[in-house]
Design a protein around this ligand. Structure first.
Ligand code: 5RP
Length: 252
């Protein structure tokens, strides 16, 4: 079910006064309206989730929210939340999470996601698969017809040991989609990107739809050397999309 909520109507929509970051912020602030005092919260990672963390900290400072415990999904989010004074913990101490709020790279019509272009997919999945409610916040550019449909990467976290071997096996798994597997690199000298968990990321680029996503997920996870992939299937309970026409809330 989708509910539309328009951004201020006094603003002519023909004028591009809202930037992509404004939409991210609008989606994030809407999601934080679902946060209640006393909750254990999964704190997402990325430029959209950052707005949600800022807003939670602001409401804590104002006293509107109380007794929140945050479970960060990356070192970067830990640093942001810690610096803002949000009380933090981890899954060992809080194995059940009331609500997680996080961004996504792709959202399909069934609310399946691609996440991890920011590199934090493993911790994000560990946190978001144990939450009672998972609200995904995106600007409308993240909506796709099918997973992989943006033409951008679907990340897979792999162990560094013989990563080339694992990348080739991943690419071969999806040869019917003309898949290309590339190691994620950083800097001018192409050093491998290293995740918070000390692993590498192999980005998969699909040229065609990958078919049954659950089958694809199982095949990837069965490969020795793979730690986790960035398809988040049947996990989002709500997706909040902000765009030119306002805010839309889609519930599973
Ligand atoms: C990080 C993620 C992010 O949530 C995803 O990349 C979206 O990021 P942004 O909000 O910056 O567009 O999965 O691992």
């Amino acid at each position: 079910m989708a509910a539309a909520l328009l951004l201020p109507s006094s603003v002519p929509l023909s004028q591009p006064i809202f930037s992509q970051d404004d939409y991210k912020k609008a989606a994030a602030y809407k999601a934080v309206e679902f946060v209640q005092s006393g909750m254990v919260l999964g704190l997402g990672t990325g430029s959209t989730a950052k707005h949600a963390v800022d807003r939670i900290a602001e409401l804590l400072r104002q006293g509107t929210l109380k007794d929140i415990v945050g479970i960060p999904t990356s070192k970067k989010t830990y640093d942001q939340a810690f610096s803002l004074g949000i009380p933090l913990s981890d899954l060992d101490s809080h194995p059940v999470i009331d609500l997680a709020i996080d961004g996504a790279d792709e959202v399909d019509p069934h609310l399946n996601l691609v996440k991890g272009r920011g590199g934090s997919l493993l911790r994000e999945k560990m946190v978001e698969c144990v939450c009672k409610k998972f609200i995904v916040i995106v600007d409308e550019s993240k909506l796709v017809e099918y997973i992989g449909g943006s033409g951008l990467a679907m990340p897979v976290e792999v162990v560094p040991y013989c990563w080339k071997f694992t990348a080739v096996r991943l690419q071969n798994l999806f040869e019917d989609t003309d898949c290309v597997a590339k190691l994620r690199a950083v800097g001018d000298d192409g050093e491998p990107y290293v995740t918070d968990n000390g692993n590498y990321i192999v980005d998969l680029y699909f040229k065609k739809a990958i078919g049954d996503l659950k089958v694809a997920s199982d095949r990837i996870l069965r490969l020795a050397g793979v730690v986790e992939h960035g398809m988040f299937l049947d996990m989002a309970t709500t997706v909040i999309v902000a765009g030119e026409l306002g805010i839309t809330i889609k519930n599973k």
